[in-house]
Design a protein around this ligand. Sequence first.
Ligand code: GLU
Length: 429
Amino acid sequence: MIRVRFAPSPTGYLHIGGARTCLFNWLYARNTGGKFILRIEDTDLERSKKEYLDEILESIKWLGMEWDEIYYQSQRFDLYHKYAEKLIEEGKAYRKEGAVFFKYDFETIEIDDLIRGKIVFKELPKQEEVIIKSDNSPAYNFCCVIDDALMRVNRVLRGEDHISNTPKQILMYKGLGFEVPQFAHLPLILSPQGGRLSKRFGATSIREHRQMGYLSEAIINYLMLLGWSPGEDKEIISLNEAKNIFNIKDVNKTGAAFSMDKLNWINGSYIRSMNMEDLSKISKDYLPDNYLPSWVSQDYYNKVISIFQERTVRLTDLAESMKFCFYDDFKYNEETQKILDNDLSDKINCLIEELNNVNNFIKEEIEEKFRKTAETLEVKMRVLVHPTRVALTGNKNGPGLFETIEILGKEKVLSRLRKLVEYWGGINE
Ligand code: GLU
């Protein structure tokens, strides 16, 4: 049975790279009917924080993954010390300046990496390695080997940045008399400019992405594509579908560049496919406190959401873009004022009159009135459409104008158009 593990250190929030490692381990376990172990590598008591631990667990669950077993290294210190003593007794480790060192018995090491194929390690930079530090805390490589062995982890999937640890760990497995697992090193995640994805690039934690209005389904879908592809140019794929077809052999060797545009595109596509009830509910989590005026009914809110659904990239964008649907007090800005350069008071007054006569205030009827008015005035539709949009929304672009008009309702529409006429009147005074 395949046993894999994800081994985060709670010294920071779960980041994109960690989440991708977690995901590929999870997919591998679920695809093969194996076990997915979560091991919290909290041996660095100074830097490990409960806040980070809680967030890591929360983010993994939020992304839709669950673990079969969980262990904390901080609860296993006795075990690591016991093995250190054993190595000392066997002459494979020794104490020096307070710390315990493992003596490498180096030989050329060859591994058959499940992703990268054959890797040969011809030398190590050091002849020894600290396994118990002078403050008595056990070191990463040592705990990792003992735990992977005792937890019967038989496939170690981790980031390529750990390749240099692999030969050291193999020598420790051998020194401790444990069976060596198979390794799979995942390609690095690169920033769009190339180079490693780092804080300098901007948001790197899952938490920040969540706060920025990305859906968990979109993030997890995007993470899958960082080094793996479901084939046939398919890019939108759920966790459930992916677990049926994931194969570690299909993971790329080459670095995967993080693309915000791609993530945005995927997020937008998940938002478009959401049902109204879910989108309406989740979108409210992203509105500032007291954003919605008390007169807003659920029905009105749903209608507003429905016209924005098509064009929303991130849930956090909604608060700003929907504002004109809830508030009247917006001003024309420098850019939109340019659209209002020509005084069209007479024409807009005609439009007001026509719209006032619409009994069934639905988009088809509204559009019809626009056409009629444009025809009568012998102008192109856009002559009326552009200033009307600015008057109603304060923006140059937005959802379909006739739908917007229907949703805002006659009263708001007429009063905002009258305000535009007043604005022209004010300029010309
Ligand atoms: N705690 C290590 C890390 O966060 C785990 C490395 C490994 O998977 O062996 O990178």
